[in-house]
Structures are given as structure tokens and as C-alpha cells.
Design a protein around this ligand. Sequence first.
Ligand SMILES: C[S@@+](CC[C@H](N)C(=O)[O-])C[C@H]1O[C@@H](n2cnc3c(N)ncnc32)[C@H](O)[C@@H]1O
Length: 391
Amino acid sequence: MNGIQDSEPGTPDLAGFDFAQLRRFPDIEAENLFAHDATDELILTSAGSALARISDGGSLAIVGDRYGALTLGSAALHGLAGIRVNQDGLSGELALAANAQRLGLEGTFSSQPLTAELFAGANVVLWQLPRSLDELAETAELISANAAPNVQIVAGGRVKHMTLAMNTVLGNYFEQVVPGRAWRKSRPLVVTGPRADAPASSFPRSEFNQALGLTLCAHGATFAGTKLDIGTRFLLDFEPDMLPGATTAIDLGCGNGAIAAALATARPSLLVTATDQSASAVASATATAHANGLGGRVAAVRDDAMAGFEPASAELIVLNPPFHVGATVHAGIALKLFDAAARVLAPGGELWTVYNRHLDYRAQLEQRVGPTTIKGRNSKFTVALSRKAKS
Ligand SMILES: C[S@@+](CC[C@H](N)C(=O)[O-])C[C@H]1O[C@@H](n2cnc3c(N)ncnc32)[C@H](O)[C@@H]1O
């Protein structure tokens, strides 16, 4: 926790699993981006004796595994199978599958949605802690209500991202939350004792947004929660200028589905596909569409950068790209989405993008998508229109 001094308890003993063999692919790969971190090693070490007991017939659930270090580490180090795993992002899920195949560990786990079944009867849960308190609460609530009464949760995070508010949230759902000693700037938490008086489910949350005149819904891991992002708000000012007469549109990286719902509301015959690699976002966009009576015209799809969309098929794509890859600020993810838009746009199709003023993506958009004009700037954001060349 912040405020508690770091200490060096010694290197975890994880010989027997080569973390360096893990890759992030198909997520962005770069020299400063890694497929595992000290938190993975610390969680696996702290959970060592609990995992050893699992082989006698208990069950293991893992949540928030980045690229498979926790899942494949548990399988390789303890000979475990039948592991249930949830990762919100599809890139991480695909990376886990690819890593498992490379290491000959496919068949040791199943990827599952964040539901009661994921944790049903689990005796041990390994958890890379999220930074968002809402995501923490949604997951804690499901574990508390569904895991075995003797469940031992071994969680961990980077010390700089951990706050005492996280203990408070976890304390709403469990009797004991015990921080362990920090190692290489990560800290474990051992959480036990599901509370009988834990709060009932409050997800998805919903909130009426005055500026949009729409209700926004959100599960815990969704960007901006039930709020309208200020960049998105600026982008939506340009809706009247977006491809007149378009019959279909894509809200790329849809989050809570604010863009999809706003487009569908402004254009009563438009069909919108909202897409995101986050399962939480897809569920949130679906909930937002239904909350506003738009369920028949907005469909949400989980996909990694529209990989399953037909090339040259889209008339209009609207995008507020992320500029973080996990906790790291990195342009790669925005560029990946620009390339995806270039592939999926039909000739003459339009990509509308909003980005932080200091990022200056114009040259990248021009090079990757086509002729790009800046349509608006305010003190924080730029809105750009890129047109896919006709030939
Ligand atoms: C800045 S948020 C914008 C969310 C939403 N459109 C809004 O305006 O509030 C960017 C979104 O892109 C999504 N995203 C990140 N990588 C992605 C990928 N590879 N494929 C699809 N969506 C992705 C994130 O999950 C996040 O929801």
C-alpha cells in the first residue's frame, strides 16, 4: 500500500517456469512493453502452498491475467489443469492461448466470462488487481458470492497503483485483507472470508447524461464508467458533418457505447456496430443501447481491432483511441486501430478521430488511412477526418 515501506523479501522461487518465453502478441509488442511483471511472480510465490493443495482436488480461478503468466505458471509449476481464467481484454486472451500452444500447455485452462460460474466453488483465486475501484468491486462481489467459503484469494499489484481505498472496497466483501511484503515494487494481498453481509450486485451501473440526453451504462472495467469522456463529447459535436447518408457506422473502441448511442439517436435509420476488445465494454455498450431503446439498431461485438470485420466494408468509423497500453503510455495501440480502420473502411469511407492535442496523429492518419483534414481543435483535443482513397 502507499505509505507502507517497501522491503525485499528475496527472489521468489519459480525455477521451472521460463517467464521469458511468454509473448504479448497479438497485443502491441515493443522494447518497453513486457509479457509478465514482478506482480505475476509475487502472486505465484505467495500462492505456492495454496496452489500445492489444489492438486488434491480443489479448484483454481484466475482473474486479470495479463498474457498468461499466472495461468501457465500455475499449470507448469504445480501440474494443474481445469483452471478457469477471465481476462477482460481479448488481446490478452488470445495471447494466453498462443503462449499455451507454444509451451504445450493448451488444455490446462478454459477462458470464461466474468460470471458466477467463473468462481463457483473456487478454493483459490489468483488476481492481478485492476486500478479501477469499480472493476475491483464488481469482481470482489462475484468471488465473495460464489467461491467456496474457505477461498483464499492471492492478489497483487504494483505498489504505485495500490491505494488504501482498495482495501476498503475489498473489506466490503471479505473479512480479512492482509497485505504482504513488497518485492520489486509489487505487493501481494491475501484476502479471505467471504462476508455474509456483502453488498448486492450493482453492475451494470447507469446514469443519465444531461449533455447527450441519454443514459450511459457501465460494468466495472469500462473506460469512463457511466460518464461521457470529454474527448468523446467534443468529437460528437461533429456528428452533423459525418458522412451524410451513411446507412451503417462503427463505434470503434466503444467503451460504454456513448458514441454508438449518440449516432443512432441522431440518425433514426442508422445501423451501428459498437466494437471493443474489452468484454466489459461490449456488455456496457449493449446495456446502453437497451437503456435508450436502441437495441434494434446498435449491436455490440467483442473483437481485437475489428479482426473479424470484412475488409473495405464500412462507410463510417468513429474512434476515440486509447493512448495507454495497460499502465504504459504508448502510441502503438492507436496506430493499430488506425490500421484496422484503413483495412475495414470502404473506398470513400470516413474515419473520424479525436485525440489529445499534443499527440499530433495527423501524419499517421494520412499515411495509414488517407487524406486527413483537421475539423476542429479546442484547448485539449483535435478532431480529424480521414477519407479512404477511392482506388
Ligand atoms: C479512449 S477509450 C474510448 C471509449 C469510448 N468510445 C468512449 O468514448 O468513452 C478507448 C477504447 O478502446 C478500446 N480498445 C483498446 N484496444 C482495443 C483493440 N485492440 N480493439 C478494440 N478496442 C480496443 C478500449 O477497451 C477502450 O474502451
